[in-house]
Design a protein around this ligand. Structure first.
Ligand SMILES: Nc1ncnc2c1ncn2[C@@H]1O[C@H](COP(=O)(O)OP(=O)(O)OP(=O)(O)O)[C@@H](O)[C@H]1O
Length: 298
């Protein structure tokens, strides 16, 4: 079920939201002479699924890294749930309830599925001092963490794999594990980085259902994705970036029909034959247009 009534006024870049969970101003991040992110104002609607899309190199991942404290901006301020979190390190951001998924790194792939889950809960209360002073309470907390991990693994159909190395999982199962691990810290905002990348079609629906499930449970979801089918099917709101800036925002269908978005994807090659210069994102836009045409026919 799509969530509507998210914005106030015309859906232009930076438009105000009725109930924003993130409000950010004047964020810039430069790498040498390159300005990777230059966002004047952005608001993420609470309780909805927002897609952040844009061509390769648009600055989506950099913006994700900034908002979650994994990178520091050259300028900018933002709030999460009403409290200022700009410049706060990632583990503190996560404690406040804003988590992001990570690609399963080599090191994590060499841990079991269950250990990966337990790591997702670390940085909450299990500090070493706490452990030393209150071993009894600490053990109780460990037991609670394991219990929560098992419940989540069951929900994500990974329980049978709990003692396997994460490296042995398929691409889709890894994505499920990344999402399940993020949920260990009981977040209010879940940020997913390309949740569909490397997922085979058999697991696509299950992943989509899990993401919709997060919203049903009251969480806010923000994801970066190149897969336009996914954007269209589950996003309530779409924000488009190009060259570090936000170039369009709105409902998925309206955004896809927006000339600024088509321009952002096609860039200087606008008038050329798409067949010759086709890239991942260009073919995605074409697929989407085909989908829309199919829908009109039916
Ligand atoms: N650590 C870094 N050092 C130097 N340049 C960087 C760094 N990280 C990102 N960039 C540059 O910043 C720009 C934005 O990159 P970013 O990865 O944020 O884009 P993106 O929209 O996530 O792209 P993609 O869809 O390909 O993942 C790119 O030109 C990239 O080369």
């Amino acid at each position: 079920m799509k969530t509507t009534g998210l914005h106030v006024g015309e859906p232009a870049p930076g438009v105000a939201k009725t109930d924003p969970i993130i409000v950010a101003d004047h964020i810039t991040r430069r790498f040498g002479g390159l300005t990777a992110v230059d966002v004047d104002h952005i608001e993420i609607p609470r309780g909805a699924i927002t897609a952040l899309i844009g061509p390769n190199g648009a600055g989506k991942t950099t913006l994700f890294n900034l908002l979650t404290g994994f990178d520091q901006p050259d300028s900018g301020k933002w709030t999460f749930d009403g409290s200022g979190i700009s410049g706060i390190p990632a583990f503190k951001v996560a404690r406040k309830g804003q988590v992001r998924t990570f690609q399963l790194t080599k090191a994590l792939a060499l841990l079991t599925v269950l250990d990966n889950m337990k790591l997702g809960a670390k940085g909450q209360r299990g500090e070493s001092l706490f452990r030393a002073l209150f071993p009894f309470i600490w053990r109780k907390q460990e037991a609670e963490i394991e219990e929560r991990a098992l419940v989540l693994l069951e929900r994500f159909k990974l329980l049978e794999k709990k003692d396997d190395y994460a490296a042995s999982l398929s691409g889709g199962q890894r994505k499920l594990l990344e999402m399940a691990r993020a949920l260990m810290s009981e977040p209010t905002l879940v940020m997913l980085d390309e949740p569909m990348a490397g997922v085979n079609p058999a697991l696509t629906q299950s992943l989509l259902d899990h993401i919709l499930g997060l919203k049903e449970q009251g969480m806010t979801v923000l994801f970066v994705e190149h897969d336009m089918h996914m954007v269209r099917h589950i996003a309530d709101w779409v924000i488009v970036m190009a060259e570090g800036r936000i170039v369009a925002e709105g409902d998925p269908h309206e955004v896809m029909a927006n000339p600024a978005v088509i321009d952002a994807y096609l860039g200087a090659h606008h008038d050329e034959d798409l067949g010759e210069i086709e890239s991942e994102t260009q073919s995605a836009i074409k697929e989407l247009a085909d989908d829309d045409a199919d829908e009109v026919k039916h």
